[in-house]
Every structure is written in structure tokens, then in C-alpha cells.
Design a protein around this ligand. Sequence first.
Ligand code: GDP
Length: 296
Amino acid sequence: MFESLQDGLSSAFKTLRGQGKLSESNMRDGLKMVERSLLEADVSYEVVQTFMKNVTEVAVGEKVLKSLNPGQQVVGVVHEELIALMGPVDNSLHLRGKDEVSVLMMCGLQGSGKTTTCGKLGRMLKLAGRRPLLVAADLQRPAAIDQLHVLGEQLEIPVYSDRAQKDPVAVCNAAVQQAKKLGADVVILDTAGRLHIDDELMGQLTRIDKKCNPHQVLLVVDAMTGQDAVNSAKAFNEALELDGVVMTKLDGDARGGAALSVKQVTGVPIKFMGTGEHLDALEEFHADRMAGRILG
Ligand code: GDP
């Protein structure tokens, strides 16, 4: 992913670097190429405007234009601004001590990768010495409960489900109440997904949030859906006050716009990224590393 953005930015920088001393007008032409690359990568329009304003202010300043190598300086300015765009990120899940029960509430639209991410997070926590419990609270999709059980078996992580219970709030609450008895110290709630955001879904999630008082509410979004991912993050955050985003499918050929826009548009950072279908394909998201990757 990010290939076309990387290509676009690298040809902009090549143009700027190739000119030695730069006039303000040369610099502005080069920056136009940067702007075009960001828009083509599907970064949201407002985000691009703010980004370019910040970059331009520094890039056409005397300190850069009069420097020995203004083209090279601009790369540094863009790098810093990319980091500011996606950060700061607090990757911690702020879990309680192991003798208490922590609750992670996972939300997301259907197909975003929510259930897979619950498994990935469970695996990551288990490796860190925690005792996770996966909770099948997606009662919308009958196969979702089975999917979580399969993941649990694969990972050797217990799964709580109650096929007779029709109320997901009751399922989540019962799981949290019984977590200690079941030997778990982190409860991961796999809540319902829908194809689109609707009031019923948000009402259900808000009730789970109130009842279970999760330590962290994480939204799973699919990078491949571009600005739709950003818009859904905005809507979920208005209803739930998210602590972080998990952006999945960053291994795919998404153009990168969602990853670059979501923090600025919603104020919520990406904490983790999914980089494949396998259960070990979950990484902490670091703004500086991502900026470095984009700039190649
Ligand atoms: P849910 O409906 O949100 O629970 O989505 P699922 O967890 O069932 O995932 C939907 C599809 O996305 C499955 O085929 C997953 O294997 C796939 N998937 C999830 N995360 C990633 C990821 O980071 N990269 C890739 N390539 N596929 C993913």
C-alpha cells in the first residue's frame, strides 16, 4: 500500500531537489505536486488543506529557501508534518493489574476485520502474559459466534458465548461478571457489526459501554474503504468516545488516505494496524515509522 503516494511524493521531491537553489515560485510548484499526491491517495480534502498550509509556511520561509539544499529541507518538513498528522499515539491499552479484570470493547462495521482483530489482540495479550477471554457479543450474524469459537480454539484462548441469550448487553455483562471465575484478566468484547451505521447499532453499543464500563473502546476500520472508514470513525466516536482505532488491511493496496486522515478528522489515533489475515499480523501503529515508510 501507499505505493502511488510514495511515487507521487518521490517525484515531487526529485523535482525540488534537482533545482539546487529554489525560488519561491519553484517551491510552490513542487508543493503543488505534493498536494496532488495526497489528494490522489484519497486523503480527505480538509486534511490536505491544513497539511499544505503548515508545510508551505515553513517551506517558503527564508530559512528553507536560503538554505544550501532547500529541496532536501522540504522532505524534512513534510516528514515532520506527516508525523504530526498521524500522532501523537498512545499505544497502551491502559489495562488494570493482573489481579483485576480489564475490559476491551471492540466495535466496527461488518467486514472491517473486527472478529479477526479480537483474536489477534487476544493472542498479543496472551503472549504478554495476560489471560484474555473472548466474548461473542455479535448476535447479529449467526456465524459470528462460531467464528470466535474457532479463533479461540486456534489460539487456545477461552471464549464466552450464550446462544440462548438474545440481548448482547446481558452477554457482555455476564462475561465481565464471570471473568475472574473463568480465570481471565482481560475481557475482549466482540460486539455486533452492521453493513452501515444505524441508530439501533449505536444504541446497543452505547448500552454495552454504559453497563460494562470498558477500559478501552477500540474501533476497527478497513483501510481499503478509504474515506468511508474515516466517516464511520467520526460517527462511532460521536456515540462512544473511542480510545483508539485499529486500522486493518494495511497490507492491501489501499491508497493510504484513511490512515493519513483519521486522526486529524476524529482526534482519535490509530493504535494498532492489521497487516494480514494471519493472527500474528497485528502491529502497534507508530506515526514516525509510518511517515518514514511513506517517504521511502
Ligand atoms: P468482521 O465482520 O468485522 O468481524 O470481519 P472479520 O474479522 O470476519 O474479517 C473479514 C475479512 O477480513 C476476513 O477475511 C479476514 O481474514 C480479513 N482481514 C481481517 N483483518 C485483515 C488484515 O489486516 N489484512 C487482511 N488482508 N485481511 C484482513
